[in-house]
Design a protein around this ligand. Structure first.
Ligand SMILES: C[S@@+](CC[C@H](N)C(=O)[O-])C[C@H]1O[C@@H](n2cnc3c(N)ncnc32)[C@H](O)[C@@H]1O
Length: 369
């Protein structure tokens, strides 16, 4: 039996801080946008209270150092205004890790900005970012990293692949349509929240000019590999055909054209709402585990590399495969999912050439006029 098309559990990151601990690349991509945000902060209209939001923050660990540095910079410039920072994610997110991290009870204590700086108020919101999450005209600076490729619902299950990047054209079109509808909703919601002159900066997974995307940057294609190893389990009758199909990522990687479409038309709802796209670019971020392995080939084995690469893939993809098996007991689910990732790990171990999880982001600077 196929599972329902839409379930929040298949979107969540692995909890208890695992996500941040295993995703150095996502953190590197965020850190690269710090300068951009600092520049925008200078030009924001001065409000009595500076309201910031981090949409789709997961456990908050990957953006923590950047927000620490930004708040430090604000305070060093003599700006002592009250700062409210709203972390948003789905209700299924592990917010308790986030709150503990910001209070210095977990993670890297030196970046626990809520503890380090007075007048900084941390809030959490468990409603999806397709909705309006803050009151009208209240948000000065919105930020989102690596989150808005999650579509609000799967328009179909993909028959022969696990991700829309490998789906048949008719399936891909359905995802594209859903993603466009969602993008417009996201933008219209941010438009309501932003003050006039406020900024929304997002770095989203997408497809660049070369057709590259996460885990597909010239070497092996990670999503094809997920598909291959998942299919092998079906071929060996370990999972059923339905369970194969159930593992459909609730994601769409938009192209640059898809991202800018609502801004291109002056009569679109988004343009009419006052949102303007100031600039955009594509951004490549090296897989940190690949770089580490390249630098340490004398002391590291290919097995060591595989042992670091697969957990980073697992941190955000595991819930999709587990949810696909939801009619089984936990023991069975864990065994099948372990076997699945182990077989991918063995492949990397036997020949690591071309295996990596490089990141491709589309960086956008959006302003509310
Ligand atoms: C890959 S993580 C990125 C986390 C962090 N921003 C980073 O860059 O490391 C994606 C996050 O988006 C969240 N997410 C997915 N759909 C969402 C939605 N509709 N509203 C809010 N958060 C969502 C997921 O729960 C997850 O925590």
């Amino acid at each position: 039996m196929t599972v329902g098309l839409n379930t929040q559990s298949s979107l969540s990151m692995k909890g208890e801080g695992y996500y941040s601990a295993k995703t150095a690349g996502a953190k590197n991509a965020i850190d690269k946008t710090q300068e951009l945000l600092l520049n925008f902060l200078k030009s924001l209209p001065k409000q009595d209270i500076l309201r910031i939001a981090d949409f789709g923050s997961a456990d908050g660990g990957t953006s923590q150092e950047m927000w620490f540095n930004i708040i430090d910079n604000i305070r060093s410039s003599g700006d002592d205004r009250q700062i409210e920072i709203l972390y948003t994610d789905l209700a299924s997110n592990d917010f308790s890790v986030l709150f503990r991290t910001m209070q210095g009870m977990q993670g890297d204590k030196k970046f626990a900005f809520q503890k380090e700086f007075p007048n900084v108020f941390v809030h959490g919101c468990g409603t999806g970012f397709h909705e309006q999450l803050m009151s009208n005209n209240s948000l000065s600076l919105g930020f989102s990293a690596t989150a808005m490729h999650y579509v609000s619902e799967r328009p179909c299950l993909i028959k022969d692949h696990v991700h829309m990047v490998g789906a048949k054209e008719n399936e891909r079109d359905l995802f594209k349509k859903q993603a466009l509808k969602d993008w417009e909703k996201i933008l219209l919601s941010r438009s309501k929240e932003l003050i006039s002159g406020g900024r929304f900066v997002c770095i989203n997974f997408g497809i660049d000019e070369k057709g590259w995307y996460l885990g597909n940057t010239g070497g092996h294609n990670m999503f094809d590999n997920f598909t291959k190893h998942w299919k092998n389990l079906e071929t060996k009758n370990i999972i059923s055909k339905d369970e194969f199909i159930n593992a459909t990522f609730t994601q769409h990687y938009r192209t640059v054209e898809e991202f800018i479409k609502p801004f291109d038309d002056p009569n679109s709802e988004v343009s009419k709402s006052g949102l303007v796209l100031n600039s955009y670019k594509t951004m490549f971020t090296d897989c940190p585990y690949k770089i580490h392995y390249k630098k340490n080939k004398n002391t590291m084995t290919s097995q060591d590399y595989a042992n670091t690469l697969i957990p980073t893939m697992r941190s955000w993809s595991e819930t999709v495969f587990k949810t696909a098996l939801q009619n089984r007991n936990d023991q069975e689910i864990n065994k099948i999912v372990d076997d699945f990732y182990n077989s991918y790990q063995d492949e990397v171990s036997s020949n690591p050439d071309g295996h990596a999880m490089d990141y491709i982001h589309i960086v956008m600077d959006i302003e509310k006029k």
